[in-house]
Ligand binder design. Structure first.
Ligand SMILES: Nc1ncnc2c1ncn2[C@H]1C[C@H](O)[C@@H](COP(=O)(O)OP(=O)(O)O)O1
Ligand SMILES: [Mg+2]
Length: 193
């Protein structure tokens, strides 16, 4: 098997609205990383006509969660595809639970850096509400947001504890302006090169 860890692997954790997408875009531009989001990979797979997409669709229609081995398979294929023309992998919104982290560890390895975008519930809520005002979709009501935040907190605490002992875990103050947050991220990332 090709060694996917010959490139730096960085996990970007953070609640909804903590600024992961915004910062990943800036980091891709500065460092030449490949930005991978498992949600995005699943959406792309569903839009294809593969056998696997039918399987995933069936699972989702039953209301079940997509099994973590399928998610990891998609992630691994995407990593393989850009293995020789990237400066590293920036993986956003993964792992969602410790089990996914353990699977990633077994199949690929330990990430070189885990970033946690530290942001208060108030700030995340305000950002998400602002975004929802500029779109016709009213789904992101305060109540829905509160539920998403709670789900994130509950899941992220054990994941962070898992990585604390395994690799570099860096907490970033994600409350500031995008430029302020970006400067902190650059310091953390420069430290692994
Ligand atoms: N540092 C910051 N200050 C103010 N607003 C920010 C910000 N970072 C991102 N935003 C805005 C942009 C979006 O409308 C919203 C959510 O950002 P995002 O990058 O999509 O977050 P995530 O991908 O973590 O859900 O908040
Ligand atoms: Mg995002």
């Amino acid at each position: 098997m090709e060694d996917l860890r010959k490139n730096k692997i960085i996990f970007m954790m953070g609640g909804p609205g903590s600024g992961k997408g915004t910062q990943c875009e800036k980091l891709v531009e500065k460092y030449g990383f490949t930005h991978l989001s498992t949600g995005e990979l699943l959406r792309k797979e569903l839009a294809s006509e593969s056998e696997r997409s039918k399987l995933i669709r069936d699972i989702m229609q039953r209301g079940d969660l997509v099994p973590s081995d399928i998610v990891l398979e998609l992630l691994k294929e995407a990593m393989m595809a850009s293995l020789n023309n990237t400066q590293g992998f920036l993986i956003d919104g993964y792992p969602r639970e410790v089990k996914q982290g353990e699977e990633f560890h077994r199949r690929i390895g330990v990430p070189h850096l885990v970033i946690c975008m530290d942001c208060s519930a108030d700030t995340m809520t305000n950002r998400l509400l602002q975004r929802s005002q500029s779109s016709p979709c009213l789904e992101d009501t305060t109540k829905t947001i509160a539920k998403r935040l709670e789900t994130y907190y509950r899941a992220s605490i054990p994941v962070m504890a898992y990585y604390e002992a395994k690799t570099q875990l860096r907490k970033i103050n994600a409350e500031g302006t995008p430029e302020e947050v970006f400067l902190q991220l650059c310091t953390a990332i420069d430290s692994i090169f």
